[in-house]
Design a protein around this ligand. Sequence first.
Ligand code: 5AD
Ligand code: SF4
Length: 422
Amino acid sequence: MNELDSEVMAGILERRGFSEVTSEEEADILIFNTCSVRDLAERKVLGKIGRLGKLEKRPLIGIAGCMASSKKEALFQKVPYLDFVVGTNNIHELDAILDEALQKRPVTRVSPQFTEELDYKRAKRKDSIKASVSIIRGCNKFCTYCVVPYTRGREVSRLPESIVDECKTLADRGYKEVMLLGQNVNSYGKDRPEWGCSFAALLGRLNDISGLERIRFMTSHPVDISDELMVAIGALRHVAEYVHFPLQAGSNRILRKMNRGYTVEEYLQKVQKLRALVPDVALGTDIIVGFPGETEDEFRQTYDMVEQIGYSNSYLFAYSPRKGTPSTRWADDVPKEAKEERLQKLIDLQNRITTSHLESLIGKEVEVLAEEESGKDATCLKGRTRTWYNVVFPGSSDQLGTLQRVVVQKVINQTLFGTIIT
Ligand code: 5AD
Ligand code: SF4
């Protein structure tokens, strides 16, 4: 979502006459679009901005994103030479913010709720084959560790006609794949029952757009995945068979403490149903280790779940307390070393699982969207399978943006290598 927001901001800047430069020294404006989800992300960006203080000629500096939304004016104390703060829900005001900041700094615009329809069509896109499309913003779930509901506000769905229109425009411009974005795409439309458009129904409408080859989406909250949606993923030709389906923990006590809204048993039932309705579906997950009070045995239950489910990839995190979230009422009592050890065990397990999934594809045929050139002399192309695995194969630039049938020959560093079937 931040990457998409950055593309929208870049579009606004370009219309003001700015152009992109590659180094900080050359820049007249620098905007840091920040993430607050983990402590490390915040420390990294503050370190980076801190180093800019040494620049001889300082550009206009702004902080956008979740850190802007959560820390607001307090950021000016942390970074005295900061010029403006633009919240996740205020990107549409960037022009006005810049006008003001050029007159008299500092400027802060942070709203708790997303309301404005952004000018997505004039975003400055980084890619010409794949595009991110925002469909719902905010989150109503309030997992006890998570800062997102406080930085991005409540769920606000985007009008289906506006999404369809944007996707049609993208397809007309030659885009082949869209990634539908939301903190919880599965609750799309629930805040606007009068529209009568569920996420499954939206997928159906997008599936009909001519030229659009692949539709991806993330993130899917396990509580809100409906039977209708599972059927749609299985039935719709252009919807890719990959579901990012965060488990977070494999112990019922920890899941309850996290306020995830499901038990391990309920989660497994949904996975079984999904696998029955979408036979080749690949699953991804997010896991947090070292949540307050997590015992070795409870970690073992998470480990066993990851092994049992056999995710194709996982995003693995060590718990870090976020200011203002409910989990801070419990001591962050799992020692750093234990968190790191648990994380490493899961990383090793996931690497083994992913490698074995990939090796099982050797000799098989996969459908790949040729997304970019690869290799020093650009004699290869790189793309993804429907199930989100990376594939490299000999090919030329005129094949970019096309779907290819590739037979897999080997696996190196979790990437498939193969050749096009002519
Ligand atoms: N500590 C560690 N990981 C977190 N995540 C969210 N909040 C925290 C936190 N306080 C992880 C979750 C979420 C992903 C985007 O980031 O796993 O799904
Ligand atoms: Fe955060 Fe939970 Fe919402 Fe995901 S579902 S954004 S983890 S509160």
